[in-house]
Design a protein around this ligand. Sequence first.
Ligand code: PXL
Length: 283
Amino acid sequence: MERQKRALAIHDISCVGRCSLTVALPIISAAGVDTGVLPTSILSTHTGGFEGYTFRDLTEDLIPIANHWKSLKLRFDALYSGFLGSFEQIDLVAQIFDDFRTQDTLIMVDPVMADNGVLYSIYSPEMAKGMAKLCAKADIVVPNLTEAAFILDEPYRGEKLTPAEVGEIVKKLVALGPKQAVLTGISFTEGRLGAVCYDKEQGEMSYFDGELIEGYYHGTGDVFGSALLGGLLSGMSLERATKLAVDYTNLSIVMTKQLNQERRYGVCFERALPFYIKELGLG
Ligand code: PXL
């Protein structure tokens, strides 16, 4: 019988406002993957749109939790990091990557820290430098254009770039160490939005997009990253998994708009799960 894949999602728990673990856990699980979590912090809501959120830093818990897993000789097929709760966590997560890395482990880093040219409120420029080091340890990185600029220590040039300019960015990202890079929030055509993927060995960039829905939808980076990982762990090629993640994220946004939901609560990814599961051949 085929062994079920096991992933570890390393993000915060934002108790309300769908993003990070409240998105990663259901989506990766829907891909048929046993999904463990390592919460980096607990917030009453995410930081993008609610006043007065609480924040508990779990930095001290990361290594004791990982040490227990080591004592159990636990193995993960994928390690997927996102929003980290402190500067020190970058080194700790790097250590956890080293501890659980085997030849077959897929390490995916989403360097969650910024959007639309600005860092999230609890991140510092120092943290951006640390994130670049964590990206160097990954097999695949999944930044948006703002995060890519911070990681590469380059000025942010807005969201309207040519394919040649985006091609340069993904090449610089893989030059840091990862084999593959997927860059989100890319628009080459008016009214469309999507992502590009690039594999160092293949040396070719692919682009997938969908209809652009105006307005800022919270947590879509986490929906995208989780859907991408689920696709990759199901054996899809990088191109197929990127296309699926684009289509699924787009459909989640369409559902949110159709149902006229408040955007700061995140997207209605649950309503698009039947599509995702069917595309994975599981439905
Ligand atoms: O979706 C990224 C994210 C994750 N976690 C927290 C956030 C954000 C974005 O704002 O605030 C706590």
